[in-house]
Design a protein. Sequence first.
Length: 257
Amino acid sequence: MRFPLRLTADLTRTRVARKLRPAQAGVIQFVDAAEILHHDSSHPVSHERIREINCSRCPVVWIGGSEPLRHPGISHLVRAVTQTGHFVFLETDGTLLRRRIHEFQPVSRLFLTVRLEPGPQGLASERFRPGVFELASEGMRAARLSGFLICVHARVRAETELREIAELAQYVNERDVDGIVITVANGGSDSASPDAADLRQKVAAARKLIGSKWWESFSRIVEPALSSQRSAARNTGESAVLLAEESHADEEGVRIA
């Protein structure tokens, strides 16, 4: 997996801007598709929100929340955002991906992000509804054949075992994905309890299994935005702080990525 040079440069530029101007926008902007699109209409319900997203200096827009592919207008939203120079990570459970893949264009700033969760019984976990994993895998394969960039998002819970994360990482790497993002589920890293500390350690160990320090770092940057989904209209300043703490690694990335 190779982290995009252009995204590395955009993230580093944002970090520098935050140092010079602390009021500068954050790194990740989370968007719930339901606040802009209506499931019964191909037209957006909030043009003002679209303008706000497009004018934002955040280099990354993460579109998630209620399943985005259930909204007829999602492809129009994605196209509108990518055309303004943002990187878009469109998160989906993958069940509708193969059916709707023809509505999107495979551009270098779009990552189709499929959410796959390891469970107590590995890839065949009962966490998945019947057929969900198979549909997601078929969607990923169709997207890859169509030339799209593919990212997998795995969420770690207290009961998740590192062996299951390793199996998932091996599975998706065998399918030639472009990136893996690993975050803690349910915002569990916010608590100061011993259990939360153990979970944070488990997530850190899980990220080592990604096999790419750039995607490992990006996972840490993304996590605050995904943990703040209930207030998704806000830019995530915390991610910029995390990025600043990794400034040395990012500066190396610009030179060698």
